[in-house]
Design a protein around this ligand. Sequence first.
Ligand SMILES: Cc1cc2nc3c(=O)[nH]c(=O)nc-3n(C[C@H](O)[C@H](O)[C@H](O)COP(=O)(O)OP(=O)(O)OC[C@H]3O[C@@H](n4cnc5c(N)ncnc54)[C@H](O)[C@@H]3O)c2cc1C
Length: 393
Amino acid sequence: MTEIDTFRQETREWLDANCPDSMRQPVSGFEDIYNGGRKPEIDIPEQPLWCERMAERGWTVPHWPKEYGGGGLSAEEVKVLKEEMARIGARRPLDSFGISMLGPALLKFGSEEQKREHLPPICRGEIRWCQGYSEPGAGSDLASLQTRADDQGDHYLINGQKVWTSYADKADWIFCLVRTDNSGSKHEGISFMLFDMDQPGVTVKPIRLISGSSPFCETFFDDARAEKRNLVGEAGQGWTIAKYLLTHEREMISGFGTSGGKSLGKTALETLGADAEGRLRNGILRQDIAQHQLDTLVFGATMERVGDEVKAGQGLGPASSIFKYYGTELNKRRNELNLAVGGEAALGWSGEQYHEGETVRSFLRSKGNSIEGGTSEVQLNIVAKRVLGLPDA
Ligand SMILES: Cc1cc2nc3c(=O)[nH]c(=O)nc-3n(C[C@H](O)[C@H](O)[C@H](O)COP(=O)(O)OP(=O)(O)OC[C@H]3O[C@@H](n4cnc5c(N)ncnc54)[C@H](O)[C@@H]3O)c2cc1C
């Protein structure tokens, strides 16, 4: 038996013994994903236990170094772990902006002290993070941000407003872009800071969305405080860190394109019925679903291949824009097909028979997918300039 076979065997046995049955069901949507934090939302009682058991092994973030709470696994071992989890339908024990965005940025730009302070609580799901990038006048043109951080010796005082801050009302800490200097070009003078949301001077107001939920917030800072030790990198280095973090955010978002939930083909067969040969009765829909499934398979395989090619943990760089663009378009198509399959019933907004409007809410939510983390147009600009090397228009 090779070492990796032994690892697979042990992993399989451990998962069989430790993954609760309730954690062997697919999540049904964003609201069903466990994010941890000081005020966790617990839909299923075993969720924290599953997270805790996996965190003890470092398997909530298996590819991070052990000394920061990760599993220290090689790329090959991570793959085996994922395969073994998929085999029993195990949910990811924890998902968070700390894992997908802040962690990679801290591993690259953080001081040793910052890594030791912030990464282990992320792995254990103790602290939930939100992202303070966008402002009313700074979305695609992010470098125009105006939130100020004034140097007070041992700390900074922060004043300004952020918008579309996802889950700011549930987050414990924020990673935030602030302006520490106004004298140079707009890309200079930006800094990357971490601070506690639970302090005087931080006000969060949820924004109600078309889907009926309110995961986004306006976030206001009036003399909020960030300790000097929570400045990541140098003052003025924020733009470089922000861009690096965005490549990880885009990679994470592109994953939505392949995370399918219930099989479209199966649902369509159950809902619309089969013809004499056992195929979906509606020929046009059959063709669209088959095309979508093929595209999803090809996209998943390409993501896996490119993921294997880049060094573990380094992210895809500007190529993440290709994946973000394609993954979010795929996700929108899947949601449109879901509506087509469900017909009138899929438009039900509330009530048990409509699963509280799951299908239509998910369709509406997917529209934001090609906006968050940078719009599709902005991704295409990045691909043109930084991947293909085309000149400015
Ligand atoms: C679901 C969701 C979650 C989000 N979560 C967060 C969060 O947690 N934290 C956070 O900080 N922000 C978050 N955002 C904000 C998001 O990053 C911005 O909405 C996004 O960057 C676009 O900025 P904007 O809304 O100001 O649009 P604008 O920049 O005003 O763009 C409007 C339109 O103009 C187009 N456009 C703009 N500039 C160009 C250009 N140069 N070339 C071609 N077309 C262009 C855009 O593509 C778009 O179609 C979230 C947004 C959504 C929808």
